[in-house]
Design a protein. Sequence first.
Length: 207
Amino acid sequence: MTKKLTLGLIALAVAFMGTAAMADPVSYSTAGAFGCNTIPAAFCTASGNTVTFNDGVGAFQLVFLGAGGNINTPTNASFGTVQVNATNFGASLGSAHINFVLTITQTVPGPTGQDTLTAFVTGSLSQTQSDGTLHFTLGDIPAIINGIQYYPGAADWALVPSFDQTGTGAGQTTIQGVVVTPEPASLALLGSGMLMAGNLVRRKLKR
């Protein structure tokens, strides 16, 4: 009886620790929305995933294209792409900034849920040069949905300018991230404790 209990404890401990290390399937998608913050409407127009800014000399437009798919955590994943289109000499935001909200929707594991990562755009963008940057708000990281955590791969992303001199091309900046399932520490500790208990009982049996 005691021997069966010992083997049962060890088997259960291994099962718990194995579960803690398993990868989890995740299905997700992303969407983005820009906002002009305090920039006057005469210079900035935002509508959903698109924003256009002009400084009176030139202009640039940002378009966010969402991403998503089926993955197994932990893994790298695309959070979407920011396209940059610039006309003439582009434009500089100066001390102003453009708001951005990245919304992540998760369907697996369910129930379906959403969380957001906030960011803002600064700098200047032209057809051939850019010091424009998308900055994620550190205090808003990670996004968490049903225990799954979404981290941007970096806090700051340099925006690639449009290299097409006719103004018809777009620079592409893909926002990479990491999706993880936190290690269930409580289960791991429980498993380790049960394993130790099983070993102690087994040693006493041998005596």
